[in-house]
Design a protein around this ligand. Structure first.
Ligand code: BDP
Length: 696
């Protein structure tokens, strides 16, 4: 239905190449459905169209053209002239496009085929309004060059993690029963979906690389090539997670020491073969020396040595290494209060700044811990001006309700991306991911050579793709924010609602929009209210990370503690008396976080250990805040469930039923969170609720 405006018009697509063919096919398919027509330019260059008419004399409503192309119809040629004069040829780059109206013709211009594809999907988003009488010229370019999804998919079903590690949407779309899926139709549909959101890269296997998956680099390379073939028409490059120990595991070498010449040669040879099979291969993703994965530490080498050997192997072909900064000691002595997992990435990587090759991208989780519901921005993002950084988000809802709870994450991502690590005058997190550095202005031009934005995907073979149908909005929002981090999360949600429900609720879209906005706009904050309070994090059930278990990780070796006792709660990360994590931030944040007075409420327990009676900026005490937010959170989830009932009979019954069932579970689980958290803190503190509500 989203293609109706496009498919009911007369259009012309000028240009050649795989992606241009995709554009043509998309339009042709829509035309079959909605009665429009589509044309190619006349093959003989001397037959320049006298006006915007086909040989048969039909006037076009829409022209999509690659420029500079031979001969363009008049409207497109006129727009091209204005474009060159106003912006200068080359401004659109590899993926940008220009949209304009000229003499009642809608024109999309691009200088590279991918731009035309993104222009097409922009038209789809605009629908009828793309054909309005007037419309100012718009130039669109992605803020980040790399907009990537990581799949934590295993080929073999892992005994603990299943097929998709932290996957909540069924099996892998790529792999099944220990092999690549025969039928890759769904992968093709996924590519289309991703291109429509703006994503241009995918890694197809888990960052924890087990024996079978390691072989994707060598004898299972054909599987990678087959997937790449299906994703290529949508402008999506394939990347592989590789094991640092591959030279030993696969090559039979006795060592994977990155400074060993035989190891370098092994990587160079293996990589050469990859490019023989997949000429546009994107590169490697590496989790090294992390949670049991092998890495350069095993050979007494640094992570720069480790990353560079892979980078050198990839560089002749233009490939990149995404080297993950998620390196910490997961076997800590929990009795030792001076160790702090939050410090680990900065401690390990900042001293290496400037030592990485240009085609190494250090992939940094957005927070210093691990995708909790609330964390400060990782100080690594401000700490490595001489390194290309990618910021990693988690679309799969490991810690945010596992796609059983509604938790629209774009408001949070938007906060993170808009955060200024050096304060308001410096570049934002989004600008750093786009290639800016300290000293640059807050806003910087598009598509620099930064590492871009990466996220862990949330799709599987579930009929709704994401388990919870509303979790699709997170996937969509990730792509849109990677393209343009300044988009408002509410506007992105509106786009998604429109595109998703236009077909099933042609008459009721207004109601659908009102209900979904009421349910989803604030759902991340609602989730935060009923789970771990004030940025302290974790308190989840160990292992599967679903549901509450306040002390589940308190006496274990993972480094994720809240330190609640009878007097207070929170982690002292100050320089004055704690782990000095605050010192990893540049000003102003090092001081803002250091002081209990200036630390923002929502991060208070991340940075400070405070008494239960500590008064927040909100005016409430910590203990009363815990009670109030937990009661409120559950009430809000109950209200979400009521709202959803308004859509019964309005939208597809299958979607309605699935969401209803999940909302029941969300109410149950939120109630459990409320009761466990409130009871726990009541028993520790002995402070009753000021409003006399019953706490056990
Ligand atoms: C943690 C997950 C774990 C991942 C790890 C990672 O619990 O399954 O392997 O992140 O990012 O959040 O590598």
């Amino acid at each position: 239905e989203a293609f109706r405006a496009l498919g009911s018009r007369r259009s012309l697509v000028c240009g050649e190449g795989t992606l241009v063919d995709t554009v043509r096919d998309e339009i042709a398919r829509a035309c079959v459905r909605y009665g429009g027509s589509t044309d190619r330019p006349h093959p003989r260059p001397d037959r320049r169209p006298a006006d915007d008419r086909s040989a048969a004399g039909t006037a076009y409503d829409l022209v999509l053209a690659l420029v500079p192309a031979g001969l363009l119809p008049i409207a497109a040629a006129a727009v091209d002239v204005v474009y060159r004069r106003r912006y200068g040829a080359g401004t659109l780059g590899e993926e940008g496009f220009l949209l304009a109206r000229h003499t009642e013709v809608t024109v999309v211009l691009a200088e590279a085929p991918a731009g035309l594809l993104y222009g097409l999907f922009h038209l789809v988003r605009l629908g009828e309004s793309a054909f309005g009488l007037t419309r100012p010229m718009e130039l669109h370019r992605p803020a980040m060059r790399l907009r990537m999804l990581n799949h934590w998919d295993n080929i073999d079903v892992h005994p603990v993690m299943g097929q998709v590690e932290r996957g909540y949407a069924g099996g892998s779309i790529f792999w099944q029963d220990g092999a690549r899926r025969e039928d890759l139709t769904r992968v093709g549909a996924y590519g289309r979906l991703l291109a429509a959101c703006g994503v241009n890269a995918v890694s197809v296997n888990n960052v924890n690389v087990h024996a079978t998956e390691a072989r994707l680099l060598t004898d299972r390379l054909g599987d990678v090539a087959a997937i790449a073939d299906v994703l290529r028409p949508y402008g999506i490059r394939v990347h592989l997670s590789v094991s640092f120990a591959a030279p030993v595991m696969l090559g039979g070498l006795s060592s994977a020491d990155p400074l060993d010449e035989a190891v370098r040669e092994w990587w160079a040879d293996a990589t050469k073969r990859v490019y023989e099979s997949v000429p546009d291969f994107g590169g490697y993703v590496v989790k090294a020396d992390s949670e049991g994965q092998p890495g350069p530490f095993g050979y007494g080498r640094s992570h720069a040595d480790g990353a560079n050997v892979l980078a050198d192997a990839l560089s002749p072909y233009g490939g990149v290494v995404h080297w993950r900064a998620f390196v910490y000691n997961h076997r800590q002595d929990w009795r030792d209060r001076s160790t702090d997992r939050a410090r680990a990435a900065h401690d390990h990587f900042v001293p290496l700044d400037g030592q990485f090759r240009d085609n190494v991208i250090l992939q940094v989780k957005h927070g210093p811990m691990d995708f909790q519901t609330r964390e400060p921005v990782s100080p690594v993002i401000a700490g490595m001006p001489g390194t290309r950084l990618a910021v990693e988000l988690q679309v799969t809802q490991e810690y945010t309700g596992q796609q059983r709870h509604i938790c629209y994450l774009a408001p949070w991502w938007s906060e993170v991306l808009g955060f200024g690590p050096w304060g308001d005058d410096g570049p934002t997190v989004a600008a750093v991911a786009a290639g800016a550095s300290v000293g640059d202005a807050a806003e910087r031009g598009a598509a620099g050579d930064g590492g871009g934005l990466v996220a862990v995907s949330n799709v599987g073979d579930d009929p709704f793709w994401t388990g919870h149908p509303l979790a699709q909005a997170n996937l969509y929002a990730f792509g849109r924010l990677a393209w343009d981090p300044r988009l408002a999360p509410t506007a992105v949600l509106d786009e998604w609602i429109e595109l998703t429900f236009a077909a099933s609720a042609p008459n009721g879209l207004g109601l659908v929009r009102r209900v979904l906005r009421a349910i989803m706009d604030d759902s991340w904050r609602t989730y935060e209210r009923y789970t771990a309070p004030l940025g302290v994090g974790f308190m989840v059930h160990p292992g599967d990370h679903y549901g509450p278990d306040v002390d589940g990780y308190e006496y274990s070796r993972w480094g994720t503690y809240h330190f609640a006792d009878r007097d207070g709660v929170g982690v002292d990360r100050t320089r004055a008396s704690g782990t000095a994590f605050t010192g990893q931030f540049p000003p102003p944040w090092r001081d803002v976080y250091e002081s209990v007075e200036s630390c923002p409420d929502e991060l208070l327990l991340f940075f400070h250990h405070v008494p239960y009676g500590h008064v927040l900026h909100s005016g409430s005490t910590v203990i009363q805040h815990i009670y109030d937010t937990h009661f409120a959170g559950v009430e809000q989830v109950v209200a979400m469930r009521q709202q959803w009932e308004r859509l019964a009979g309005v939208i597809d019954p299958g979607v309605h039923a699935r969401v209803r069932e999940r909302l029941d579970e969300q109410v149950r689980c939120a109630t459990e969170w409320r009761d466990q958290i409130n009871t726990y803190f009541f028993r520790k503190s002995g402070v009753p609720d000021a409003h006399g509500r019953r706490i056990h």
